[in-house]
Design a protein around this ligand. Structure first.
Ligand SMILES: *Cc1c(COP(=O)(O)O)cnc(C)c1O
Length: 825
């Protein structure tokens, strides 16, 4: 994009503070972490319940950004940059995008529906890219913010747009329609699930249809409950003709549809017979499941509408492939971290991947492995000049280019090696070094970069714990909505982030600006500090011997007894510290750690005249905050906390942070939030309250694969002790995960199950140390298929109930030999 600021201002009704430069803007950004921000950036300071980008403006000014769309000028920044003040920055971004969209006039496909939007978009891109310069939403950017950002990436070379729109409540589609302005509409599977945000399914359909009110044609799966609402957007069901047809429908059942399709399964493909305008032809798609077949047909409809020949349609559709949209973080060989984005390569998604690399970086050194880039809408000279600028802005140390085209532009990059093909790279692999660095692997599908990922990935067994970083952010915002804006937040990342991974989660929390992190032992805090975490860290249970290293790494100890206090004071005085922060723990009824009422006189006396330390906070811990039957006990704990902490504060004349609530405390005793709360299990998506559970997103999914399948006869047994005897012929799958990985034996013997292809497979017989066996008689599965041990279903909570423990124990028991993979949606 290249657009002058003068043109933008009237579009967003901004009041200007500062000088407007005559320079053009070539990037719109909302992400303060992006290293792509520079003097040509227009930054929109969005804010949400847990996030306010106005807080990052001063950092951005230091990085050279000069133009900001804001709701107010942050303190002390007046005159330091140019500010465009609007009443709502998100709306301003949307207005700007709508204006920008209107500068272009080419066909735009708009996709909405409940399921399949991203897949249809990616497949259409694949099917149409031989003939068009396509601009499409990157990843699944389909929200009120994602759509404007997608549209703002259009440039003058594009001649076809494909954008998806997702909504969660009434009124949102109106806004997206103005920004996308589709000329061709696709309504994917609408789903019957009752969504939050809509009164009923009719209301949901009507709202989704708003996207299509200006289209030349709407493509949809013929369905009466949708058709009754078409008049609302001035469309009628008419037989399709190229000249006037406004709807273009397909069906497996209804011969009235414009396209009638019959399907059958032959081996591993679905064969479709397509009847269209009195002609008929056959094609194959490489999928068996209903959802994929439906999505493929939506794409087929677009090809028919565009007038492609049956032969072309047939040959292109046969090549459709499964879509993987997630950026994954994996552990690689020689202490490398891999960011795997091996399924797409276009300029927009490269920018997103580089931002992700920056937010995740765990090593100073960064290498980019990049294939040829397709469909940028730019000439190769211009494209690789821009890629080179991006690489420099992101301080990438080394580039490995793979492909004929990128090889020709080798000289554009510093420290660059190139290979003509993926196979050439693999051949040379042994002569290359990869160590102590982060590797971003980004390639177009045809380059099969998954082969490179396999080479670089650390070899462990096939079981992984996948951690959804978006869900963590979501859960954090949810709990923030329960707090006053002034209440500080400590997040507990003890026990390796409740089993989910310490550093990665701490890094995300640091970005989300939590006030404190809490760990159990000094070494956990030290390893976070060594990895570069700067957020303050409280150590709950420091051993006296760890005090010197606590001080060396600037950790803040919790002090819970006189012996500890005296030991810490001695070291603090020796090191001549001044006001070193400590946290006083009071025992109000948990009877685990902490000063009791009778200890207070000595404690207070000791703390008088100790300038080497400072009581930063006073805390206590609740024993039954999750159990409302025991609420009287909790109220007693809180009352005692109030009394004792007040006494310490009065007698010492201090005003520390006070905190007592853990997750269930926040849910049930919010009125006692004091100055800070300590969030733990809730962040990881688990609530003790079923109502609240609905608002949290699942964070961790434990996955494995089927190692072997066999069929046993009636009367035969499975596993140690022959605890399962087959009553009929039974198909058994062996999964390489056992109690040494943290799966309790009490989940075996048909009490528990795993999910294979979305179906329950009961665990048969005793769980072994490294393996378990399941019944998959009714499931069409093969060796190598993926298995879910827990996640959305079964949930950790369900397993905990059935095995008579608590979710905390299950999460923290997952052995460290299980690889952790972090991803963002
Ligand atoms: C673990 C812990 C928390 C967090 O508890 P959750 O129930 O996981 O929210 C809070 N405070 C202290 C002292 C803890 O040990």
């Amino acid at each position: 994009m290249a657009i002058s600021l003068q043109d933008i201002i009237p579009q967003i009704n901004a009041e200007i503070h500062g000088a407007i430069s005559s320079a053009e803007i070539d990037l719109v950004s909302i992400d303060s972490r992006s290293m792509q921000n520079n003097a040509q950036t227009l930054f929109f300071a969005l804010s949400g319940s847990n996030y306010d980008a106005h807080d990052y403006i001063s950092e951005l000014i230091d990085k050279g950004v000069q133009n900001f769309v804001v709701t107010h000028i942050p303190e002390n920044l007046e005159g330091k940059a140019t500010f465009y003040i609007v009443s709502n920055t998100k709306i301003a971004l949307q207005q700007f995008a709508a204006y920008y969209r209107n500068l272009f006039n080419f066909p735009v496909i708009g996709i909405t529906g409940s399921n399949g939007k991203t897949i249809v978009k990616e497949w259409l891109n694949f099917l149409l890219s031989p003939d068009y310069n396509i601009i499409r939403s990157p990843k699944s950017y389909n929200s009120q913010v994602g759509v404007p950002l997608s549209v703002l990436a259009i440039n003058k070379m594009h001649n076809l747009g494909i954008f998806e729109a997702g909504i969660s409540t009434l009124g949102e589609m109106q806004t997206l329609e103005k920004i996308i302005k589709p000329t061709i509409g696709i309504l994917t599977n609408i789903g019957t699930a009752h969504d939050e945000g809509f009164a009923n399914i009719g209301e949901k359909i009507k709202e989704k249809l708003q996207l299509f009110k200006g289209v030349d044609v709407l493509i949809y799966h013929k369905n009466k409950s949708i058709e009754q609402f078409l008049p609302c957007i001035a469309l009628a069901v008419t037989p399709f003709t190229k000249e006037q047809g406004k709807t273009f429908s397909w069906s497996f059942k209804d011969k009235e549809a414009d396209v009638f399709i019959s399907k059958s399964v032959v081996l591993d493909k679905t064969h479709l017979t397509v009847d269209y305008q009195k002609e008929s032809f056959d094609l194959k798609v490489p999928f068996l499941d209903d959802a994929s077949v439906e999505n493929a047909i939506q794409c087929l409809m677009v090809l028919l509408y565009f007038g492609y020949s049956f032969a072309t349609i047939e040959s292109r559709m046969e090549l459709l492939y499964p879509v993987e949209m997630r950026l994954k973080v994996k552990n690689g060989i020689n202490n490398t971290t891999i960011i795997d984005d091996s399924y797409s390569s276009d300029f927009q998604s490269l920018k997103i991947a580089l931002d992700f690399l920056e937010s995740q970086k765990q090593h100073k050194k960064k290498t980019l492995i990049l294939s040829d880039i397709f469909q940028s809408g730019l000439s190769n000279d211009e494209l690789y000049a821009r890629v080179s600028q991006l690489v420099i802005a992101n301080k990438i140390h080394r580039v490995i280019g793979i492909g004929e085209t990128i090889s020709n532009y080798k000289t554009k990059f510093v420290n660059c090696g190139t290979f003509k093909s993926t196979d050439d790279f693999i051949e040379a692999f042994d002569s290359l070094t990869f160590e102590n660095e982060t590797l971003l692997i980004k390639g177009a599908r045809s380059f099969e970069f998954e082969k490179i990922v396999t080479l670089l990935e650390q070899k462990t067994h096939e079981t992984v714990l996948e951690i959804n970083l978006n869900a963590i952010s979501h859960n954090l915002s949810y709990f923030k909505t329960k707090l006053k804006t002034t209440t500080k937040l400590m997040v507990m990342v003890k026990a390796f982030g409740y089993g989910n991974g310490g550093f990665e989660i701490a890094k995300l929390l640091e970005h989300l600006k939590v006030d404190y992190l809490g760990v159990a032992f000094a070494d956990e805090g030290i390893s976070l500090k060594i990895s570069g975490i700067k957020t303050k860290i409280m150590v709950l249970n420091p051993e006296n011997t760890s005090f010197p290293s606590i001080i060396q790494y600037e950790l803040e100890p919790e002090i819970y007894c006189m012996k500890g206090l005296n030991a810490f004071l001695k070291i603090a005085e020796q090191k001549e510290l001044h006001h070193y922060p400590i946290h006083l723990k009071i025992d109000t009824g948990m009877h685990r750690l902490g000063f009791q009422e009778r200890d207070l006189p000595v404690l207070i006396e000791t703390l008088k005249n100790t300038p080497s330390i400072k009581v930063k906070s006073i805390l206590s811990h609740l024993a039954t905050s999750d159990d409302l039957e025991n609420r009287a006990f909790t109220h007693e704990q809180i009352a005692l906390f109030e009394k004792l902490s007040q006494r310490i504060m009065d007698e010492l004349g201090i005003n520390p942070i006070r905190h007592i609530l853990n997750t269930s405390g926040i849910s049930n005793f919010g009125e006692s939030q004091y100055d800070m709360v300590r969030l733990g299990i809730g962040l990881y998506g688990i609530s003790n309250d079923d109502k609240e559970q609905k608002y949290l997103e699942n964070v961790s999914t434990l996955k494995s694969v089927i190692s072997q399948i066999r069929t046993i006869d009636k009367g035969e047994s499975v596993g140690y002790g022959r605890r399962f005897i087959a009553e009929k012929t039974t198909k058994i799958a062996t999964i390489p995960i056992g109690y040494a990985d943290g799966i309790s034996r009490s989940w075996g013997n048909e009490i528990g199950y795993v999910m294979i292809k979305n179906q329950k497979a009961p665990i048969l017989g005793s769980i072994c140390m490294d393996m378990l066996m399941v019944d998959c008689t009714a499931i069409p599965c093969t060796e190598g298929d993926s298995v879910v041990i827990f996640g959305e279903n079964p949930t950790v909570k369900m397993i905990a109930e059935k095995t008579h423990t608590i979710p905390y124990e299950i999460l923290t028991s997952i052995s460290q030999r299980v690889k952790r993979v972090f991803y963002r949606e």
